[in-house]
Design a protein. Structure first.
Length: 402
């Protein structure tokens, strides 16, 4: 009898594993569809200040830097943005470099960290070659990044272009019997060039994405095929007219595709999510102690799924923010108003879950900023959701160079 039970258990294990890999009705891709404040939180309330962002871009490849930005986006979830850069000279030719980036925000479905460490070797007077890799615990997800950098103005102007080879040994190291039909290769770049008052900045990653198949049903009882593509890019122009004012305009583009085929019918899907964001920011200091910051965005998001949970989702939104800060020598207190007017339409074939949302949403924000030095600052804020009459979340931002 014991052997019969054991046989039944062994028979059911693959089925249980297959079920565990299947999507359910609480699909992560649709998690933020009904969130009226989705972009108000991340793009306005919790946005980095223009001067903070300018410092980060300027010192990206010149110094060591750390910044993080965490804020409440639901009653159970925190946005978590982390960036760490290490640039350390080993001698007059060699340099150690490390990069870590984490984006845990609700508006973009991709949630993978990027961690790279390696060496850069100077060639000629202002150029270098670099080679970096990600020492992942699971070897099948090791990436290799190699390319060329051009520097001037003490590395505060740069052009860095490289080829990112993702999951380079996946085909031989994964335990699901997965094989590549298309291995992911991407072009990744960071550029900052300009004059004393004008700057152009761009960063991004554009690649082929991967296509994997899982022919061994014993090793992968649930999944037959998986395809994924995630690309992003930013192009930004900034002018710093005087010590008292500056402005930036930029465009962000994001593209995400994910498709899976299962051995159990009825769960196959092909999901896409494309976002574009046009933004502008202006900062003006007047009468020494008063500072005004204005922020505006226009966001367009188009998503669709074919197969499981088939739907079309369209979102267009105008966002804005006005921040007034009263300044002291090393600190400041901020009063701000943030708003958004989403135009959301969700359509599915059976019409059962269709909805439209176009409610005006706004927040009042109170914040405090302190500068420990020219290299380290902290910002703490709390907010109130005016339209829904509820707590709007707290936010902590920290940025330093070392």
């Amino acid at each position: 009898m014991r052997y019969i039970r054991l046989s039944i258990l062994l028979f059911l294990l693959p089925a249980a594993s297959a079920i565990a890999q299947l999507p359910d009705q609480d699909w992560d891709f649709e998690d933020a569809y009904r969130d009226d404040l989705l972009f108000v939180h991340s793009l306005v309330n919790y946005s980095y200040d223009l001067y903070w962002q300018l410092d980060w871009e300027r010192r990206l490849l010149a110094d060591n830097g750390l910044r993080f930005n965490t804020g409440s986006v639901t009653s159970t979830e925190l946005q978590s943005l982390v960036d760490l850069n290490v640039n350390h000279d080993l001698n007059d030719k060699w340099r150690f470099q490390g990069r870590f980036s984490r984006d845990r925000s609700r508006q973009r479905p991709g949630q993978e960290d990027q961690f790279l460490v390696g060496l850069e070797r100077s060639i000629l007077s202002s150029s270098s070659l670099f080679l970096m890799a990600s020492p992942e615990y699971q070897k099948e997800f090791i990436d290799v990044f190699t390319g060329y950098s051009y520097y001037r103005q003490d590395r505060q102007q740069y052009l860095r272009v490289g080829v990112l080879l993702e999951d380079v040994v996946y085909g031989t190291k994964n335990d699901l019997g997965g094989e590549y039909e298309q291995q992911p290769v991407a072009l990744q770049w960071a550029i900052r060039l300009g004059t004393e008052n004008w700057w152009v900045f761009s960063e991004g990653k554009v690649g082929t994405g991967f296509e994997r198949i899982f022919p061994d049903a014993a090793a992968s009882p649930g999944l037959v095929r998986h395809e994924r593509l995630e690309n992003s890019a930013r192009l930004k122009f900034t002018q710093t007219g005087t010590a008292d004012n500056a402005w930036s305009v930029w465009i962000d583009w994001y593209e995400f595709e994910d498709a899976k085929q299962y051995r159990q019918p009825g769960f196959d899907y092909d999901y896409t999510n494309t976002q574009i964001n046009f933004a502008a920011e202006y900062v003006q200091t007047f009468l020494e102690r008063h500072r005004l910051r204005l922020l505006a965005h226009y966001v367009q998001l188009d998503a669709e799924s074919r197969g499981f949970s088939a739907h079309d989702y369209d979102r267009k939104e105008v966002l804005g923010g006005a921040f007034y800060e009263y300044l002291w020598p090393s600190s400041g207190v901020t009063f701000a108003y943030a708003l958004g007017r989403p135009d959301i339409e969700f359509r599915s074939p059976d019409d059962s879950g269709n909805f439209n949302l176009d409610e005006y949403r706004d927040k009042l924000i109170l914040g405090w900023r302190y500068a420990f030095s020219v290299d380290a600052q902290i910002l703490i804020s709390v907010s109130h959701e005016v339209s829904t009459r509820g707590f709007g979340g707290g936010n902590l931002q920290f940025q330093m160079f070392f």
